[in-house]
Structures are given as structure tokens and as C-alpha cells.
Design a protein around this ligand. Structure first.
Ligand SMILES: Cc1ncc(COP(=O)(O)O)c(C=O)c1O
Length: 313
């Protein structure tokens, strides 16, 4: 049996509103930037609880531009968990840093703190914890480990919209947090999209220019930047989806609870173990097992009960 990972058309309960908005934007020639983008940035920073938010073309650019904002010396070491999507390491390498891979723990699959301690050296200037599958990395301990060392933190929140630690959104513990709005993400647009959140004015101002050829307005190029902007149509879609997101997230969490309770009947399954106060947005519900076929048969029988998390947005 094949389960579709995502089906944008089927999944968007807000499709009517979305099509109406797209129609309006096309009719009125609103394509790049403008009020939809600015309003989404305000709404997303409020959702996350950060002072600033800058949208960019995708989650990979969000990582790259964030690293550039830190202005680290070429060859500085960046510690990155081994288990992530390529973008995290790719962005660091492309920004001239030396990537040092760190192991993950098998409870929630985030960065392993013992290995992190071993990997920190005099050359370490950046740690990039990844809140993979939506599970928050242990930001409290990571910050304790860094303590007074001159090491910056960029949190890769590409899979963690709505994940929190003691009710504080991930992405607000380090210096910068980055998000992806790739269609398959919990908050996904109908194309590519990304965002950066920070409380630091200097980083915010750099990224705001860097995403738009180094300029804030026409012919105001202060440095050679990049072209990495969110378009108005994606921003409008994201605004509509963000408004419904708390409801969609609750549904995900309820379905995850069903998995946690009911999968116990099959032994030999390794499920997530989240720490107290750590809330996952369950971007993915990952199960490790040696009895794959047994699990598959069990889930197949449950299909009629709509267990599949892929059925919600
Ligand atoms: C952990 C992680 N980081 C970064 C990215 C990059 O995001 P994007 O595909 O929007 O460039 C992704 C996307 O899948 C991701 O899962």
C-alpha cells in the first residue's frame, strides 16, 4: 500500500479562500513583496514570539543568510547533527565554515549532548541544532554547555512550526531561528518559502537587505546580496494557513496520542521519548523497528479508523 506524503489540493481546507486571494493578487499585479509579505512577517513573528521576522525564498536560504549575518571567520567550525536534511550542512559549507558532525540521541533524535561536549573546540563558532521531526532539541542544556563561550546558535526549525519548550517557541532560544514553508511542511505554501526569526536588530537589518540584492528600496544597494524573496502569493497562502494552524496542530497532537497509546500492543517499537515541557509539532511520527511487516499489517487494518497523520494538513 502506498500512502501519499502530502496532497496540497486535498489537504487545504482553506482552498476556496486561497483561490480567491490568488485571483485578487494576480488581477492586481501583486507578485513580489508588498503588504501580504509584510503582514505575514508580522503575524509569524507574533506566532513564534520573536522581535523580528524576515521571509526569504526557502529554508535553505534562511540558513545560509542567517550564517552570513553572523559574519564568522572563514574556516570557523560549525557543529551540526548527523541526522538532518542536507541543507543544514550545505548552508554552513557554502558560507565558508568547516562542518563538524555531531551524533544524535535515540530518544528524540536531536543532537547528542555528550558528543556535543566532545566536538566543541577553540575553533567552534556556531552550533546548528535541528528540531528534526518537530522534536525540540535540548536548548536549555545546549545553552548551559556553551555558557560564556563565544559560540552562536542558529536553530533549524524547518520541521518545527509550533514546537515549544516550556511554552517558548523553538527558534527563540538561540541567536537566530530558521523555517521552511516547503509544501510538505506543517505550514507549507504552494511552492518554496522560508523565514528567519531573531531578536537581534543587527542580524535582522543585514538579512532584510541581503535577501534583496543588498537593498531596501529601488537602487539603494549597500552591498552585493542575493535574490531570495518570498512572493506575494505564497505569503497570502501562508497567512491563511497560519490562521488555522493551531487547530491543525491540535489534530496532529491528538493523532500522535493515538499512536503512542495504541502502538504499545506491538512490541519491539522504538517511539519518541519527549522531555517534560517539550512539545513536538509532530511533523513526522518516526518509529524505529525490526518488525516492519508486522507494523505495516497492523496499520493497514487500522486504515479505516483514519490513523494516518498524512490525512491532515
Ligand atoms: C531540517 C531541514 N532543514 C532545512 C530544510 C530546507 O528547507 P527548504 O526545502 O525550504 O530549502 C529542510 C527541508 O526539508 C529541512 O527538513
Amino acid at each position: 500500500m502506498q500512502i501519499q506524503f502530502t496532497n496540497l489540493f486535498k489537504l487545504a481546507p482553506e482552498k476556496k479562500k486561497i483561490f480567491k486571494k490568488i485571483n485578487f493578487l494576480i488581477k492586481n499585479n501583486h507578485f513580489i513583496g508588498g503588504s501580504e509579505v509584510e503582514n505575514f512577517e508580522k503575524e509569524f513573528s507574533k506566532f513564534v514570539g520573536s522581535k523580528y521576522c524576515v521571509t526569504v525564498g526557502n529554508g535553505t536560504d534562511a540558513l545560509y543568510l542567517s550564517i552570513k549575518a553572523l559574519n564568522l571567520k572563514k574556516g570557523s567550525e560549525a557543529i551540526i547533527p548527523v541526522n538532518t536534511w542536507i541543507s543544514t550542512a550545505e548552508a554552513a559549507a557554502n558560507a565558508g565554515l568547516k562542518v563538524i558532525f555531531c551524533d544524535i540521541n535515540l530518544e528524540d533524535y536531536s543532537i547528542d549532548l555528550n558528543d556535543l561536549k566532545k566536538k566543541i573546540s577553540k575553533k567552534t563558532k556556531l552550533i546548528l541544532p535541528v528540531h528534526l521531526y518537530g522534536n525540540p532539541s535540548n536548548m536549555i542544556q545546549i545553552k548551559k554547555i556553551i555558557n560564556t563561550k563565544n559560540i552562536k546558535i542558529i536553530e533549524d526549525c524547518a520541521q518545527a512550526h509550533g514546537s515549544t519548550i516550556n511554552n517558548k517557541h523553538v527558534g527563540t532560544f538561540g541567536n537566530i531561528g530558521t523555517f521552511s514553508f516547503f509544501p510538505g511542511k506543517n505550514i507549507g505554501c504552494f511552492g518554496d518559502g522560508g523565514a528567519i526569526v531573531t531578536n537581534n536588530k543587527k542580524y535582522f537589518e543585514y538579512i532584510l537587505r541581503a535577501r534583496n540584492h543588498g537593498s531596501l528600496k529601488k537602487y539603494d544597494h549597500k552591498f552585493s546580496g542575493f535574490n531570495s524573496r518570498l512572493d506575494s502569493i505564497q505569503a497570502a497562502i501562508l497567512r491563511i494557513k497560519l490562521r488555522n494552524y493551531n487547530k491543525a496542530l491540535k489534530k496532529r497532537i491528538d493523532i500522535a496520542d493515538i499512536y503512542f497509546k495504541n502502538l504499545k500492543v506491538i512490541g519491539e517499537l522504538q517511539l519518541f521519548k519527549l522531555k517534560k515541557g517539550y512539545k513536538s509539532c509532530y511533523h513526522q511520527f518516526v518509529i524505529r523497528t525490526n518488525v516492519r511487516n508486522k507494523l505495516q499489517n497492523f496499520l493497514q487494518k487500522k486504515e479505516s479508523q483514519q490513523w494516518y497523520i498524512t490525512h491532515i494538513c
